[in-house]
Design a protein around this ligand. Sequence first.
Ligand SMILES: Cc1ncc(COP(=O)(O)O)c(C=O)c1O
Length: 370
Amino acid sequence: MTQEARLTIDTSALRHNAAILRDSVDAERVMAVVKANGYGHGALESALAFEAGGVDWLGVVDLDEAVALRRGGVSLPILSWLHAPGETFERAVQFEITPGVSDLAQLEACAAAGVPAVHLCLDTGLSRNGAIEEEWEALFDRAAALEREGVLRVEGLMTHLSNTSPQDDGHQTASFVRAVGMLDERGVHPPLQHSAASAAALTYSSPRTAMVRFGLAMYGLSPFADRSAADLGIRPALTLAVPVIGVKAIAAGESTSYGYTWRAERDTRLALLPIGYADGIERIASNRVRVLLGGRLCPVVGRVAMNAMTVDIGPDGGADSVAVSLGDEAVLFGDAAAGHPTVADWADATGTITYEVVARLSHRLPRRYA
Ligand SMILES: Cc1ncc(COP(=O)(O)O)c(C=O)c1O
């Protein structure tokens, strides 16, 4: 039944967001991050829309994601920053992908493979990938030597901020500036320096020489709790709708789905929707979210199952009754401007963040591009 779900991506919204975000920052270059299947929106189609919207770079996690973009016809520069141990980077050369390197082993492998340019990836606090401060001297010495010998260029220097507080971001930025100074002393001047993702790029002014890496905001989702997408001038691109495949009357006291976690307080009707946690709808959404159906916001009741969930559409003919026929479309989330529940509504109701709601949408769901 999953085929009947309609996951529609409005590519004009993606293009619009790229253009708006580009204008909203001082940074000279803008990267669109299309990892994790373009935050659930489809990596290739999103990349092409962002390219049309005027971004300069694309960012992905690994070489697999980058190669898929190249095979799909993407010509923009692509940066990838997480690599398996022992990665040889031959694919980076073959497909013209720029690796973000986190350690000496990756730098040596890039040099051996003939990668022409790298970005050095620094850990300034997140303790994930990136070289820690104690490793900088050795990494920078070797990078400087490779650059002097004409083996490769250090085209970029990057770190990733935690968005914890202005003070924490400030500590990370001070570290980053120290690294720029250390490279400077070695005669290495990476032209692309980048640390800000959506939240930081829209909060702090970036040096004009910098690049910013927009993920979430490119898709029309706000990285802030207190500023909506509309406040930022961006438009959500994704709408998830499913057809009603059954309508059933139940009596007061009866229930629905596993564990009978909800019981009808009155005679009512339930609409059955063919979507569930196998499609990326979190089970924790059970009894917590609403969908737009028949012009009304109707609650999801009972447990979200693997492939199905049920919605209370009220008694037939009652004051809060919704006229529903088989095949009618229920919108799970989309654009607030169209009266849809939003991805942010789902994230709030389920105790997560908008990133997770969209990134977990299953590959099973066919994407349609409008
Ligand atoms: C290194 C890096 N840069 C940029 C981004 C984009 O972040 P955001 O979606 O908050 O803009 C991410 C996402 O996690 C990232 O890992």
